[in-house]
Design a protein around this ligand. Sequence first.
Ligand code: DGT
Ligand code: CA
Ligand code: CA
Ligand code: ZN
Length: 565
Amino acid sequence: MARANDEAAAALEEYADLFAINGGDAFRVRSYQKAAKAIAGYPEDISGADVRGVPGVGEAIAKKVEEFLARGSFRQLDDLRGRVPEGVRRMTRVPTLGPKKAIFLYGELGIDSPESLAEAIRAGRLTGLKGFGARTEENLLKGIEQMEQAGRRVHVGVAMDLAEKIITSLTETGQVERIAYAGSLRRMRDTIGDIDILAVAPETLMTAFRAQPYVEEVIAAGEKKTSIRTRQGLQVDLRVVPAESWGAAMQYFTGSKEHNVRIREMAVKKGWKLSEYGLFEGERVIASRTEEEIYQALGMPWIPPTLREDGGEVAAALGGKLPEVVTLEDLRGDLHTHTDLTDGIASLAEMVAAAAGRGYSYYAVTDHAPDLVMQRMTLDKALAQREQLGHLQQKYPDMRLLHGTELNIAPDGSVDWPAEVLQGFDITVASVHSHFTQSREEMTARFIAACENPHVHIIGHPTTRKIGKRPPVDADWEAVFRCAARTGTVMEIDAYPDRSDLPADLVRLARHHGVKFSIDSDSHAIPHLAHQHYGIGIAQRAWLTTDDVINTWPLDRLLAFLHRP
Ligand code: DGT
Ligand code: CA
Ligand code: CA
Ligand code: ZN
């Protein structure tokens, strides 16, 4: 379908929406919606055809569409957009509020989003207003919360913890023969819409599932599939599948949808059929028990789930050119960690002992530098830590301890200490911790200055996003990555799951420019050391191999890269 059709249809739909919010005539609202559908479904590209030929499009709508095609909008749409800000539009979708009251609140009190409505209610600003009793207010708050929950994907750490808890609880019922999670979680996306769990078990497992303490609401209860919502608002789909279709079911429900479409096309070309039950020729099963068999029957090696995004992985697999992506076992160390000298909660000795327990061959301690004022770091403290680390080193002959620091990249791109001090560290991570809203130009220059500093080895959590809390900073990442490649500055994949930073698409872009990466836990406590598998997920999704990731390298290669003895 032509894009012009889709865009024009979307504009008309938006117009219908705004028109309705403003109390416009319902009949006209419907006629705009109908026209939008007709245009979207029209077989010819309307930018080259007469839009009057589309069924349901009269003269008034045709004029709007023509203006849209000429300049990307139309006067009446601009008008209504100006009158109803985006936040007010979201406010109209708050259950029990509706457009009329939303517009009223905006006009009378300037309340312009669901968030500011919640604030206003809590601050008592609606008290005494006609039509807004205590009961109404309570319902509105509930509605706003529901809406927020529904629209929110959770970060992979939240979903993984829950999935593991569910799998444990179901295993403990003694009914499951096999159980695993599939979907976006198995593909290790950084955000998860819902959790998909497959099990080989009798149908009685469904009853046991519905009775679990984490189940807040049962959305759908069937023999083969049960969907529930947890208290946090996360949906979980549990499917019971036949043992002999395990591989086919895992393949199907792991997705992505786009990857599956690609795979199914190949089956169809061979005259076969691929479903969640197996790969079939007529009634005959070609493969169904394992994913490997299915991919093999289609002429490919097994494709790791993290690659199944229709990003060229099928062609690569067919051509025998799948990358050997980096795995957790490849990691030889962690290059960004904290202790209780700054904002960590474990002592240096405890963190180092835990790192040694993971079998690392090197481990960097990178507590915060002085410019992050609330951490009260000083040069004296850093030097005392270095001495302590030297003593600890003797206890761990098989693990090289690196003394590092996490520097703060100031708005002008400079960092905390002068070169003489920086030289004394084995490794430095430099991160943005303030002034997140600089302009794109300023932010780009800031990162470039940090990369050009010969004493900065790694840029920590580059976009500084916190999933669901803080958006990424705005920078010209191509320019930053080009500079990083030229200066040999490493980009971090911060594995802390609410950061997941860099995200996979930017990693892929950076790799294209020749940048190297460091997968770090950014641990502030011992259990955080185990977050590295999330970083591996990101790296795999970006097709990284061990050559791209400096903390898979043997110690001598790493030290040579860092110019350290
Ligand atoms: P999410 O939940 O939004 O984070 O993403 P997914 O990928 O987990 O999506 P979900 O939960 O809707 O479905 C799980 C997998 O099941 C999906 O990746 C592919 C498969 N699947 C679901 N519905 C369809 C479908 O209609 N067609 C195809 N080909 N696959 C589907
Ligand atoms: Ca899912
Ligand atoms: Ca699902
Ligand atoms: Zn940091």
